[in-house]
Design a protein around this ligand. Sequence first.
Ligand SMILES: C[S@@+](CC[C@H](N)C(=O)[O-])C[C@H]1O[C@@H](n2cnc3c(N)ncnc32)[C@H](O)[C@@H]1O
Length: 262
Amino acid sequence: MLDLDAEVLHEYHRELIGWVGQESADRPQGRPAADRPRVVDLGAGSGTGSLALARELPGAEVTAVDVDPDMLAHLRARADAAGLGDRIRTVEADLDAAWPPLGPADVVWAASSMHHMADPGRALASALRVLRPGGLLVVAELESFPRFLTGTADEGLEDRAHAELARRRHEAGLHMRADWAGLIAGAGFSAVTERRFEISLRPPLSPAAARYAEVALLRMRHGLEERLAPTDLAALEKIAAGMGGRSDLTVRTTRTVWLARA
Ligand SMILES: C[S@@+](CC[C@H](N)C(=O)[O-])C[C@H]1O[C@@H](n2cnc3c(N)ncnc32)[C@H](O)[C@@H]1O
């Protein structure tokens, strides 16, 4: 799912990485001129950010942190296959507990991971301590999962599923719609900048986009096992199975990104 996200939303990812590359071009205070830029990717997942940042920032050394060893194994395989294995190290750690030593870093990147933290304010304060003065924090968050069926006869079902999923995430304590600018400033960062990316991909979509829709709808269906009517669950499964043959699919999502300085 995360790899498909990177592939299907590649224009967004490219624009974001380019922006971060520009913003981190100046060497922060305290980094010796001979040192390579150091990046820490918090909740790195399958490595979309780690790999892109290693490519974008010349010579950068990336530390990819995640609680899930399977994610890190996947990330390591991708980094090695891309010839970036010597510049990306993986660290298995639960960022809700005491952090291992990760700094000093020039960039801390957290994409779709801050909302998983038990206490995002505390995690952001820890990120501040990892950064050198003047270093760059990047937090990317999504308001909800992408939508694929807008404007089709199945739109109502997708709406019901999203509403139920939002309730489930809220009950699970995920901080999907937190006041990120406020939390970032409250943790002690300055120069907080916000940018919203509206993503809308229209037909004809690539086979990867159809696969992304299929995987996302199936995940949604499994996450809502006890929470949607059996007819809705069966309909979701049928729609997911038929993605490849449809010509009316769209991909709609928004991502919001905050940059800030330590
Ligand atoms: C939605 S994924 C995002 C992955 C990646 N940053 C991306 O943009 O594709 C969230 C990641 O955060 C990790 N995560 C969640 N809670 C965590 C914690 N307490 N400590 C470390 N990693 C965590 C998950 O294992 C998962 O890989």
